[in-house]
Each structure stands twice: as structure tokens, then as C-alpha cells.
Design a protein around this ligand. Structure first.
Ligand code: FMN
Length: 440
């Protein structure tokens, strides 16, 4: 069978677009309304999505309050509290959560994800992040964020401790022999006794080995250190390349690194985030995007636009075109993209600010066939193995994706019609890790 797309759904916040909560028919309270989240998860499962992904940031985003006050991205549920509840109302959908290697403790992380894996019947995934928001440090007894290299050094070790704890018990350790009264076989228990400058963890974990052996390991950093840890450990990689050329470079780099380490290329699925806006015609999809953007607060949009251009644009005429902007030290790629958008779509400063403020990464705006074309091209040209989909607005954008784009992908043989297996690993085609202390 030819390669198939893997689709995750980026659900924290429920939609990334900062104006989406104001769209007619949207649920402004969706972040804290379990009924809505349950419906979204069940819709994703109906669409045979691989996973529901719940990011986490450990602090309110570090933006000025004046801008932040307009955004639904400011708060949401704690992921490891939400996902077990969603496990109870779904059967096949993978459940992936972020947990921080900088601010959490390996024993806590190992227990929580092992629990989620058992509760969900083997559908858990751990997005191992070093935490990007510097304000998180202020919530965990530190005055400033831990330095980048140190964060990644700690993350690598953290991974070894967590996976070592998951291997505490052989898969068949719990004999539960009612006749002899033996609950487990002590020969099948390993005490980790991990000690280093960073961690002192005796073990064993007080939870049976996860159903998947280990929950699926996800990684989301793109720096040199982030790519390296992904190559060494990750089975799914979340990333944010905004065009196919960058996607292909990233894909070749990370898969190349993993091959050098002796890992098989298809044991890692690279999923860029893609913002999708579905319409029955291209015009309709573009109108939806333009309408969504009108709900982005102008002042917040202006701040985002100034950052993208590396130039303060607050003095420009909001209803005029973008004037010539001198090159600055800001990101050239971001600047170029903004200038191209402004010219291609003839946008005013206000429209441009609202578009950037709404969402400015990789976007797929069009009919189901057009979105399927783009996804297919990324897959075939090895820009990705699938996508982490961000819906334009909810519930309508999610419903449209599942009812229109998914059937189109299925028709082309690019996406499953039924789940292949029961666990997230089985559905993603990933091997079950052997227990390092109790090899088969
Ligand atoms: C799709 C996606 C999801 C992410 N989720 C989280 C998250 O939940 N929590 C977090 O702190 N960072 C998250 N990140 C950010 C990355 O973990 C990382 O901090 C950022 O990409 C910077 O990477 P670097 O430190 O390797 O340069 C996410 C990134 C992407 C692309």
C-alpha cells in the first residue's frame, strides 16, 4: 500500500485563529466546556483522525494584556485531566498531551501517561517539550527560564528516566494467581535506581507497564538540539514550517539524522501544523478566511504585523496599502511572506494586520479537492507524513473537514477508511518498544 497521511488535530486552543471564537455559530466557551470538547473528539473519531493533541504552556502566554484580552488562546484545561475524560467517550482516537521536561518530574510524567495509556486502552502519546514560554519559570520557583542547551540536556535524560520507569515491570509481571495468592512475580520487577546531577529516581513505577509498552513519543522543538532529540527519541514530530520547500528541508534533515542513528525512517511521522479553511468553492473558503480575520482585534493584529515586518507599522493608514518597508534584522522569510500576501491579495494595512494576527503559518484555504491536492503534494514530495490540523472555526470548520476533506482523501487512497488497530501505535504503524530490562 502507498504511504498514507497521518492526521492529528491541534486542539489547544480549540482553534488557533484568534478571531474564531467570535465567528457566528462558534462556541466562545469551548475551552472549558466539556460537552463541546467531547463532541469535537467524537467528530474527529468519526473522521478516523489519528489523534487529539492537547498542547500545554504552564503559564498565561507572555503577551501584553491589552492584546491578550481579545484572545481565547489564553487559558484551557490541564491536558492530563482532560484526556482521560475524552478517553471514556471515544474508542480509537489517539490522545496526545504535552508535558514539560523542564518543570515536571519524571516520576509524575511516567505515572500520568502510563495511567492514560491504561485508561484509554493504549491510545496515549507524550509530547515531550522543554517549554518555550519563559513565564512558566515564574510559576515554578525560578526567577528566570532555564537556558536552552541545559533544557535540552535535561530533556534527553528525562526521557531515559521516564522510559526506564515504564519498563519497571515485565509485561507479564502481574500473574494475579488467586490459588496461590501471588499477585505479581518479583523476578519481573526492575528497580531503576537512577542517579545523576539532575535526577535521583529510585523506582520502580507503581503502575503496570503501559499497554503500548511506552506511550507514543512526540517531540515539537525545531532548533538544532530539538531536531537531534527528535532523531534520537521521537516517533511523531510536530513542526511549523510554513511552506513546502522548508518542510522538505526539515523532513530530510530529521529523517537523515534518525537514519544515522540506525533508526528506520518510517518509525517517525513528521506532522507540520496546517490551518485549514474549507469551502464549497475557492471564493467561499477565501470569504470565510477574510470574515474570520475581521474578528481579530486590530491593535493585536498591528502588534503581530510589526513583529513580522521588524518595523513599527502603527502610524500607517489602516485603509491604505503596505508602503515599501526597509530590510531589518527581523526574520526575512516572515517579512517576505507578508509582503507577498499584501501584494497578491491587495490587502490594506488593517486586513493584513488582521490576517497575520489571526494565523500566519502554513494555511490551506480552498475546496476539499484543493486541500487534498496540497496535502498529497506534501506527502508525495516528502515534506511531511501528514499534518497536525488546526480548524478554522468550531464546530463548523471541523465538521466541514470531516464531511468533505476526509472523504476526498479516502477516495484518493491517501487516508484510512477504518482504524487499522486498537492502539495509537498500531494506527500509526509504529513498533511496540521492547522492555530494556526484560527482553522477549
Ligand atoms: C505543533 C506544535 C506544538 C507545540 N506544542 C507545545 C506545547 O504544548 N508546549 C510548549 O511549551 N511548546 C510547544 N511547542 C513549541 C516547541 O516545543 C518548541 O518550544 C519551539 O518549537 C521552539 O523549539 P526549540 O526550542 O527547539 O527552538 C509546540 C510547537 C509546535 C510546532
Amino acid at each position: 500500500m502507498s504511504r498514507q497521511l497521518r492526521l492529528g488535530a491541534f486542539m489547544r486552543p480549540t482553534t488557533i485563529h484568534t478571531g474564531a471564537w467570535r465567528y457566528p455559530g462558534a462556541y466562545p466557551d469551548a475551552n472549558f466546556n466539556f460537552g463541546h470538547l467531547k463532541r469535537f473528539a467524537q467528530t474527529l473519531e468519526r473522521g478516523r483522525f489519528d489523534a487529539f493533541f492537547m498542547a500545554d504552556h504552564l503559564a498565561v502566554l507572555n503577551m501584553p494584556l491589552d492584546a491578550l484580552k481579545h484572545s481565547h488562546t489564553v487559558t484551557s484545561f490541564e491536558p492530563l485531566t482532560l484526556l482521560p475524560a475524552l478517553a471514556a467517550v471515544t474508542e480509537r482516537l489517539g490522545l496526545v498531551a504535552t508535558a514539560s521536561t523542564t518543570f515536571d518530574a519524571p516520576y509524575h510524567v511516567a505515572r500520568r501517561f502510563a495511567s492514560l495509556d491504561h485508561i484509554s486502552g493504549g491510545r496515549a502519546g507524550w509530547n515531550l517539550v522543554t517549554t518555550s514560554n519563559p513565564d512558566a519559570a515564574l510559576n515554578f520557583g525560578l526567577d528566570e527560564h532555564v537556558e536552552h542547551d541545559e533544557r535540552y540536556r535535561r530533556a534527553r535524560e528525562f526521557f531515559d528516566v521516564v522510559t526506564g520507569l515504564w519498563d519497571s515491570w515485565a509485561d507479564d509481571a502481574f500473574v494475579r494467581d488467586t490459588a496461590t495468592g501471588t499477585y505479581f512475580d518479583p523476578q519481573k520487577l526492575h528497580v531503576l535506581n537512577y542517579k545523576s546531577d539532575s535526577f535521583s529516581v529510585r523506582g520502580p513505577l507503581n503502575i503496570a507497564r503501559p499497554i503500548q509498552g511506552w506511550p507514543v513519543i512526540v517531540q515539537a522543538g525545531s532548533s538544532e538540539a530539538g531536531r537531534q532529540i527528535a532523531a534520537e527519541t521521537a516517533e511523531v514530530v510536530f513542526t511549523a514550517q510554513s511552506n513546502l520547500a522548508d518542510g522538505k528541508r526539515f523532513y530530510a534533515d530529521v529523517k537523515g539524522r534518525m537514519e544515522k542513528l540506525g533508526r528506520q525512517r518510517d518509525h517517525m511521522k513528521i506532522l507540520p501544523a496546517a490551518f485549514v479553511v474549507v469551502g464549497d468553492t475557492l471564493d467561499e473558503a477565501q470569504e470565510t478566511r477574510a470574515r474570520l480575520d475581521t474578528f481579530v482585534h486590530y491593535e493585536s493584529g498591528l502588534a503581530s504585523l510589526s513583529i513580522a515586518l521588524g518595523h513599527d507599522v502603527s502610524g500607517f493608514d489602516p485603509n491604505g496599502p503596505l508602503p515599501e518597508i526597509p530590510e531589518t534584522n527581523a526574520s526575512r522569510t516572515a517579512r517576505q511572506r507578508v509582503v507577498e500576501w499584501a501584494q497578491r491579495d491587495g490587502l490594506t494595512i488593517r486586513q493584513l494586520a488582521q490576517r497575520i494576527g489571526g494565523y500566519s503559518g502554513l494555511e490551506m484555504v480552498g475546496t476539499a479537492a484543493m486541500i487534498a491536492d496540497q496535502m498529497e503534494q506534501w506527502l508525495v514530495e516528502e515534506g511531511s507524513d501528514g499534518f497536525n490540523v488546526m480548524f478554522s472555526h468550531l464546530p463548523a470548520g471541523l465538521d466541514d473537514f470531516v464531511d468533505k476533506v476526509i472523504p476526498e482523501l479516502q477516495k484518493r487512497g491517501l487516508f484510512r477508511r477504518e482504524y487499522e488497530g486498537v492502539t495509537l501505535r498500531e494506527n500509526l504503524g509504529l513498533p511496540r518498544p521492547e522492555n530494556r530490562f526484560f527482553p522477549a
